[in-house]
Design a binder for this molecule. Structure first.
Ligand SMILES: Nc1nc2c(ncn2[C@@H]2O[C@H](COP(=O)(O)OP(=O)(O)OP(=O)(O)O)[C@@H](O)[C@H]2O)c(=O)[nH]1
Length: 369
């Protein structure tokens, strides 16, 4: 293998937090990386040039994630090009992108060969299949396509004598939140401490009367953990957009000393607002009744005080955001009646402060960070 490629990209160091992104040419791999991790507008990916050699990108979040993209034109098993054995042995998840708008039979054959090889080298690997570009398919046709793809891959793997390989399928598009939802679930599988985190979030839900709580990576809008209740995509959308709104609002309350860093933050925010939409209007009409900044802590990444923001929407839903460690924010959806608002918020603040301390402690002893 091209040793410099591996060593330069720390593949061995962060093995369990490494995602290998594969798929045929033009299936959408680079676009996914750009939209999810670089906040590129989906339409700006239209004319991306074809990737010609493997690329690795590192993202710092709750865990330090490495995403390796292999160009679609590579013939995977062409001898002596790369040491694939070492590569597959060192990754946590294989993410294979299938263009659902294109003829996908050759992609499925390619995928079956790759899965066969991947599980023989690394039996613990998570195999994740993105049935991508679903924005071009009708609702019914999406499910038919998913069923067809699952059936065919199952048959191909049976032919190879591979029964019981766990494969997760996701219907995705860069034009809506489905790609963030998929990547959230993929990244969560790589977080060793996830069960403990989920337990903590369940406790927080219970004692704070939240309907739903997410631990978001602020930059990518991936949620690295959530409580154990099912995820409703609308809750996800509202919370993800509330992060953008909160950062903008936070600017209004900053002292002049921090104005520079805030302007930068806002500019970055403009770039990252790939999903601006109706919620901004809702929040514009909503009663913004508290936006306070705690005085004690200083966030290492932004060199500014951690943001806390609470908003009540016209339909009575309350959104609560508190900035956490490592570029994360806790965002919760709640509903409490007007009479006990102040008490509820004090209780929530107290519980969230305890949660943040627990998170810090957990991360001091984290396995992969
Ligand atoms: N409609 C639609 N088009 C998409 C989506 N994702 C990516 N595309 C388009 O698909 C085309 C190819 O995307 P790329 O990201 O360059 O594909 P790639 O897999 O990296 O291609 P190679 O670098 O050749 O391996 C671009 O024009 C994208 O705009 C999607 O979710 N929906």
């Amino acid at each position: 293998m091209d040793q410099s490629f591996l060593s330069a990209n720390n593949v061995e160091l962060d093995s369990n937090a490494t995602v290998l992104l594969m798929g045929l040419r033009r299936s959408g791999k680079s676009s996914i990386c750009k939209v999810v991790f670089h906040n590129t507008q989906p339409l700006d990916t239209l004319y991306l040039e074809s990737t010609t050699k493997p690329t690795t990108e590192n993202f710092k979040s709750l865990i330090d994630l490495a995403v390796i993209e292999l160009p679609g034109q590579l013939n995977l098993f062409e001898p002596a090009l790369y040491d694939y054995e070492k590569l597959f042995a060192s990754i946590g998840a294989l993410v294979y992108v299938i263009d659902s708008q294109d003829e996908y039979l050759s992609a499925l054959q390619n995928l079956a060969v790759i899965i066969k090889y991947a599980v023989s080298v690394n039996p613990k690997i998570h195999v994740e299949v993105l049935i991508h570009k679903i924005d071009g398919l009708s609702e019914d046709f999406r499910l038919d396509t998913q069923r067809d793809i699952m059936q065919r891959i199952g048959d191909d793997l049976l032919d190879y004598g591979l029964e019981g390989v766990q494969i997760s399928f996701y219907l995705t598009s860069i034009f809506d939140h489905s790609i963030y939802e998929a990547f959230s679930r993929i990244v969560q599988k790589l977080i060793y401490e996830l069960p403990a985190l989920e337990n903590l979030l369940d406790l927080l839900m219970q004692y704070s009367n939240f309907d739903k709580v997410f631990l978001f990576d602020i930059n990518s809008k991936i949620y690295v953990a959530t409580d154990s209740s099912p995820v409703d995509i609308q809750n996800y959308e509202v919370c993800a957009e509330f992060i953008d709104v909160s950062i903008d609002l936070d600017g209004l309350y900053e002292s002049p000393n921090n104005r520079n860093s805030l302007q930068q933050q806002q500019q970055q925010q403009m770039k990252r607002n790939s999903i601006a939409g109706s919620l901004y209007d809702d929040i514009g009409n909503a009663k913004q009744y508290q936006n306070s900044v705690s005085g004690e802590e200083v966030d290492v990444l932004t060199n500014s005080k951690p943001t806390k923001c609470i908003s009540k929407l016209e339909n009575g839903t309350v959104l609560y955001l508190h900035q956490m460690i490592r570029g994360l924010a806790l965002v919760a959806v709640s509903r409490f009646d007007d009479t006990d608002e102040a008490t509820s918020i004090s209780v929530i603040d107290h519980n969230v402060a305890i949660f943040k301390k627990s998170l810090e402690k957990m991360w001091e002893h984290a396995k992969y960070k």
